[in-house]
Design a protein around this ligand. Structure first.
Ligand SMILES: NC(=O)c1ccc[n+]([C@@H]2O[C@H](COP(=O)([O-])OP(=O)(O)OC[C@H]3O[C@@H](n4cnc5c(N)ncnc54)[C@H](O)[C@@H]3O)[C@@H](O)[C@H]2O)c1
Length: 391
């Protein structure tokens, strides 16, 4: 299916490319983050924008005030660690400012912190990068206030907004493990990526008793089969989600970052870039289940090969849906701007979704992705009926 709108921007200074793709609009609005990645392509952003359309409709609950939006996404082809990155980001956002103001509600994604994005937005005269949605709210001031309060919440040293997505992924892991008859206390996990999503997945899996035995960041793999001290590692991250190796304990071993696929474990959680599990990689995977914390980490042929081997893949637009949903639950007033209210809504929604999709997969013999897609489509029809004409 083609997108509604695709923008390719060329930075006048560095010639780097940036992209915005609006896949769908509901009530004139789309939602989806902005990523910074060296090598990022229009095709990648298109796929991510389609994923956002699915995420928006998948969580639809007629009882919520939040009525899903359409899906969009942005990407800039630059390494987040490149010294030019902040200025390229600034010029990109200045160029696409009208679309941010009118249609595309955006936020952090791979390679970009919300804090950084908010600073750039403020310089451009925007209250935040979530701006367009306020036009449809009856009390926009109250919604802005709730969002500000939610963003000020800190949970054991980390901002709640940076935790909710990974908390949701951890819940997807835990509910799936339970359904497979696995006892959390005996389960092991390996996580690729230790930023917003990966860091929070590791934190909340460890809190549930899961042994997190390896994590990978830009600089390599850290492994300890007895279990890593996740909180210690979280406290030693830099702005690129890289762990300071000086804090490692005697049993912690380091290795090449590619080795994350070779570590025997129960839960394998890609939570960094896209396209990291290819068909050729699948023979290295011994996990019982792959839970996609990242967007589009598993190539379709790889997923087919895993499923044939009896390793289910919990798809990205289900497992990592919670950052997006959380913003809207706060903005629309479905939850209080507190950690307790946020986590309680995530728990109940993730359990409902994973169970519905898993029951359907068991009943039909289809994949979790196919069943989640079917649910997202069904919900999209219900949203269209309620919202009226889209676009
Ligand atoms: N942040 C969100 O709210 C959000 C929401 C939904 C989905 N996602 C998806 O989750 C994934 C991660 O996003 P994030 O926001 O946590 O990113 P992030 O920038 O916060 O963290 C990325 C992590 O990946 C690590 N990394 C970078 N290159 C690596 C490599 N080659 N090998 C191993 N690790 C590497 C970094 O060191 C860092 O720890 C992305 O696919 C993103 O689209 C993010």
């Amino acid at each position: 299916m083609s997108s509604l709108l695709e923008i390719t921007w060329t930075d006048p200074v560095t010639s780097r490319k940036g992209y915005v793709v609006i896949d769908t609009l509901v009530r004139g609005l789309a939602s989806g983050g902005l990523r910074l990645r060296d090598g990022c392509t229009l095709d990648e952003v298109r796929g991510l924008a389609q994923g956002m359309t699915r995420k928006e409709s998948l969580v639809y609950d007629p009882a919520d005030r939040y009525l899903p939006l359409g899906g969009g996404k942005g990407g800039i082809d630059i390494d987040p660690g490149d010294p030019e990155a902040p200025e390229v980001l600034r010029r990109f956002l200045a160029a696409v400012r009208p679309i941010v103001k009118e249609q595309w509600n955006t936020g952090e994604d791979f390679g970009l912190r919300q804090e950084t994005l908010d600073k750039v937005a403020a310089d451009l005269g925007l209250a935040s990068t979530v701006e367009a949605v306020f036009a449809i709210l009856p009390d926009a001031d109250a919604a802005r206030q709730r969002l500000a309060e939610a963003f000020a919440v800190n949970v054991d040293g980390l901002c709640l907004a940076d935790l909710v997505g990974g908390y949701g992924v951890a819940q997807a892991c835990l509910v799936t493990a339970e359904r497979m008859g696995l006892d959390h206390e005996r389960v092991t996990a390996v996580v690729q990526g230790f930023g917003s999503i990966g860091g929070a997945v590791a934190r909340y899996l460890a809190a549930a008793g899961v042994r997190v035995i390896a994590v990978a960041d830009r600089d390599g793999l850290i492994r300890n089969d007895a279990g890593l001290d996740v909180e210690l590692l979280l406290g030693a991250r830099d702005g690129l989600g890289v762990i300071d190796r000086a804090v490692l304990r005697p049993g912690d071993r380091t290795g090449p970052r590619e080795a994350w696929l070779d570590v025997p474990c129960d839960l394998l959680v890609p939570a960094a870039m896209s396209y990291v599990i290819t068909e050729a990689d699948t023979s290295r995977i011994t996990a019982r289940v792959v839970v996609e914390g990242a967007n589009m980490p598993t190539l379709p042929e790889a997923e087919a090969a895993l499923v044939t081997r009896g390793i289910p893949v919990v798809p990205d637009f289900l497992a990592n849906v919670m950052t997006n949903a959380w913003w809207w639950w706060i903005v629309f007033g479905d939850i209080e701007p507190t950690a307790a209210s946020s986590y309680s809504k995530i728990d109940s929604t993730m359990r409902r979704l994973v169970e519905a999709v898993s029951v359907e997969a068991d009943r039909t013999g289809r994949t979790l992705r196919a069943c989640a897609l079917q649910l997202a489509r069904r919900n999209a029809e219900a949203v269209t009926e309620r919202a009226g004409v889209t676009g």
